[in-house]
Design a protein around this ligand. Structure first.
Ligand code: APR
Ligand code: PHB
Length: 392
């Protein structure tokens, strides 16, 4: 089989890239190692930046998001029970975010691929990339136990943190940067109305908590836990009790408890791999970088990567220009590092670290910074500008 762009991974990055290329008349094949059901069952974060919303509009995969998504003009920052609102819309001159589950984005993109006939091959096993430094790269894989070969002009590595694309770049070329945080997030999803119409990020002496939502009848909450916490130690009631304490009395009073429909613990990590291109291989999304979930930048960064990448590939096919391809890595990384900085900073501001527990100085610094944000419009503008997403 032959195509123009072989896309490894059918998460949001790979599927959105496929639609952006399809609009420009560029053929691609997505190779996804899991089944469609598996991919569409993964629970992910739920806040889309203005620019990610625009990209979904651009590819015409916005109808359900427009119907079911919730536009948020602000969010709350709570400190030990006191709540301060960040007026995203007012502070940014009109920008908002869209609260719409990333799982739903993946479903919508899969539906579009099926309707438009853009090929997505699920359960593609043993994907391997070859001849990436030549003009004739190819990908091998197995489907239903039968060996297959996909010839292409370019390979887009959109296969997430554990994929094969990043390790296909020689170790002496690849440089990675990492910060592992000494805690995790325990998330709970429940079919109950949210405790507030906006998100609440809470820095509490018992640890961070977040009140989020998927709709007016489905809530998503998180609490900071030790990294080695065991779900078995966290029955639903204990989670609700902890949320009530950490989110403060006002949120607690309007919180509806209910049976969890999903519960999981995820570690927090900052990670960036450089460069994001090697020969004819491009990395995009989680294949190249991971952010801690504070601020929900994961899918949003995947969106900006594939925007830059689609522009580069479109210029190559339309004008024969390699300039965009040459510039891709630096351009994408410039935005990646800024989102990494924001996610790292927002995590630092809102969580309890070993040194904010035991070292009184660290805790005082956090409180001083939050007091500064609360009292300074300039500081709030910085937070808001990053939260709605830096432009691209
Ligand atoms: N071969 C083929 N596919 C693979 C392989 C492989 N060897 N390894 C992983 N994959 C697939 C995974 O099964 C997954 O469906 O690649 C896909 C990668 O998807 P994500 O992990 O969602 O990464 P990405 O598309 O970059 O998404 C970016 O969106 O939903 C958010 O939180 C998520 O931060 C993430 C962001
Ligand atoms: C979520 O709803 O899952 C969510 C929202 C905001 C975040 C992280 C996760 O910062």
């Amino acid at each position: 089989m032959r195509t123009q762009v072989a896309i490894i991974g059918g998460g949001p990055a790979g599927l959105l890239l496929q639609q952006l290329l399809h609009l420009a008349g560029i053929e691609s094949v997505v190779l996804e190692q899991r089944s469609r059901d598996y991919v569409e069952a993964r629970i992910r974060a739920g806040v889309l930046e203005t620019s990610a919303v625009r990209l979904l509009e651009q590819v015409g995969v916005d109808a359900r998001m427009k119907r079911e998504g919730l536009i948020h003009d602000g969010f709350a920052l709570a400190v030990d029970g006191q709540v301060h609102r960040i007026d995203l819309k007012g502070l940014t001159g009109g920008s908002t975010v869209m609260v719409y589950g990333q799982t739903e984005v993946t479903k919508d993109l899969n539906d579009a691929a099926a309707a438009r006939g853009t090929p997505v091959i699920f359960e593609a096993q043993d994907v391997a990339l070859h001849d990436l430094k030549t003009d004739t790269p190819f990908v091998t894989y197995a489907k239903d136990g039968v060996a297959q070969r996909l010839d292409c002009d370019f390979v887009a590595g959109c296969d997430g943190y554990h994929g094969v694309s990043r390790p296909s770049i020689p170790a002496e070329v690849l440089r990675s940067f990492e910060r592992v945080y000494p805690f995790g997030w325990l998330g709970i999803l429940a079919d109950v109305p949210p405790c507030d119409h906006e998100l609440i990020y809470s820095n509490h002496e018992r640890g961070f908590a977040l009140a989020s939502m998927r709709s007016n009848v489905r809530s998503r909450y998180y609490i900071q836990t030790p990294v080695d916490a065991d779900l078995a130690d966290w029955p639903d009631d204990k989670i609700w009790d902890e949320l009530a304490l950490r989110l403060g009395p006002k949120a607690a009073a309007s919180m509806t408890r209910g049976e969890s429909i999903e519960k999981s613990i995820a570690p927090l990590r900052s990670f960036v791999a450089e460069p994001m291109r090697w020969g004819r291989l491009f990395l995009a999304g989680d294949a190249a970088h991971i952010v801690p979930p504070t601020g929900a930048k994961g899918l949003n960064l995947a969106a900006s990567d594939v925007h830059y990448l689609s522009e580069a590939l479109i210029a190559f096919y339309a004008k024969g220009s390699s300039d965009g391809i040459e510039a891709y890595s630096a351009k994408a990384l410039a935005r990646v590092w800024k989102a990494e900085r924001f996610s790292w900073w927002f995590t630092g501001l809102t969580h309890r670290f070993p040194d904010t527990d035991t070292d009184a100085f660290g805790r005082r610094m956090q409180r001083a910074e939050i007091d500064y944000i609360v009292s300074s419009r300039a500081a709030q503008m910085t937070v808001a500008e990053n939260y709605v997403g830096l432009p691209y």
